[in-house]
Design a protein around this ligand. Structure first.
Ligand code: AHG
Ligand code: MN
Ligand code: MN
Length: 337
């Protein structure tokens, strides 16, 4: 990559003033995520060489096996945000409850909270397939200087001030939005700098890729089954092609660039879906909408859901808007018939 690209650091400074709250706090927060991303990237890249593959021997609060890299990424992101004294609270997929920072310091003026999935696509770690990190940023709703409360974290996705992901892929990218479009930055590992490589990312309106774990097919709701049959039917630009990596970040990233739809519906195994509203669905929905795409639970907008618990799961359909509209049509039709 040539040096003519703007660096992420330059981009953050240039765009700081266009953000509606201009204290610089959000810029410093994005900067610390950038730092943690580089640290985790370094570890992910040499994962096969050091003793960091495999399970950590523990399960998280959702009963899932924690991988060593899950734990490592979780620690690094939390450590970076805490050390830089940049947020008042953090919630993570890998933590039982939210973390209140400097909760006894009344002079603590930090306004932002972060929710994250520190390592997305854990099942792919051991086999050298792309994984990611997802983050979501809100302003607290309780008064500054008091300890954060659960209500600060249980905000609708539409209240997000920023969201993004890091993809540790063939190259490492940081993609994020502050509500003014989506921009992607690629890491030059030789000098440890992210450069703006994908300005103003947009989902194509239509696409021809569908991403779903079809192994769960027989357990899917009828509307999803009908939609998948529609994807496979020969007509016009169909049959669509199927691509499923099993890392939401990677499947989403490909679909945003090429045009496609990602589905993780309810099933008898996962009656509420598998993906987490606060750590995965809301941030991806915010990015999708900012990139001309759409995110739905099958019937309504993901970002309009009022969360009731930190680790809440929801069905998730996300991608090119015309494709999500079509999937919703099938869901509605099967409900009414
Ligand atoms: P995580 O690794 O954070 O638990 O998330 C895994 C998620 C998501 O990234 C992926 O799309 C999906 O789970 C894969 O689930 P299946 O293996 O059930 O298809
Ligand atoms: Mn995940
Ligand atoms: Mn995870």
């Amino acid at each position: 990559m040539s040096q003519k690209h703007q660096t992420l650091g330059e981009f953050i400074i240039e765009h700081q003033s266009s953000f509606k709250y201009t204290s610089g706090e959000l810029s410093r927060l994005i900067n610390s995520i950038r730092l943690a991303a580089k640290v985790v990237n370094y570890e992910v890249n040499k994962a096969g060489l050091v003793d960091i593959l495999g399970t950590a021997g523990d399960t998280n609060v959702q009963g899932e096996d924690q991988q060593k890299l899950d734990v490592y990424a979780n620690e690094k992101f939390i450590q970076t945000l805490v050390n830089r004294n940049i947020v008042c609270g953090i919630a993570s997929e890998e933590e039982d409850s939210f973390i209140a920072i400097n909760s006894n310091d009344q002079n603590h003026q930090n306004k932002y909270i972060v929710l994250m999935d520190p390592l997305d696509g854990s099942s792919n770690i051991d086999v050298n397939v792309s994984v990611g990190t997802i983050f979501s940023i809100y302003r607290r709703v309780t008064p500054v200087g008091t300890p954060v409360q659960e209500e600060d974290f249980l905000q609708k996705g539409s209240e997000q001030v920023a969201a993004g992901y890091i993809i540790y892929g063939t190259s490492t990218m940081l993609v994020y939005t502050t509500g003014d479009g989506v921009n992607g930055f690629t890491l030059n590992p030789a000098i440890g700098t992210f450069y703006l490589s994908h300005p103003r990312m947009q989902f194509p309106e239509h696409g021809t890729i569908y991403s779903v774990n079809e192994g769960n097919y027989i357990h899917f709701p009828q509307g999803i089954k009908n939609y998948l049959k529609y994807c496979q039917m020969e007509e016009g630009d169909r049959p669509y092609t199927s691509r499923y990596i099993g890392s939401l970040v990677s499947d989403f990233h490909r679909n945003m660039i090429k045009g496609g739809i990602y589905l993780y519906p309810t099933s008898s195994k996962n009656p509420n879906g598998k993906l987490r509203l606060l750590y995965e669905c809301n941030p991806m929905a915010f990015i999708a909408e900012q990139a001309n795409g759409k995110a739905s639970d099958g019937f309504s907008r993901i970002m309009d859901i009022t969360p009731t618990e930190l680790h809440q799961r929801v069905p998730f359909i996300c991608g090119s808007s015309a494709m999500v509209d079509k999937a919703e049509d099938f869901m509605r039709d099967s409900q009414s018939s």
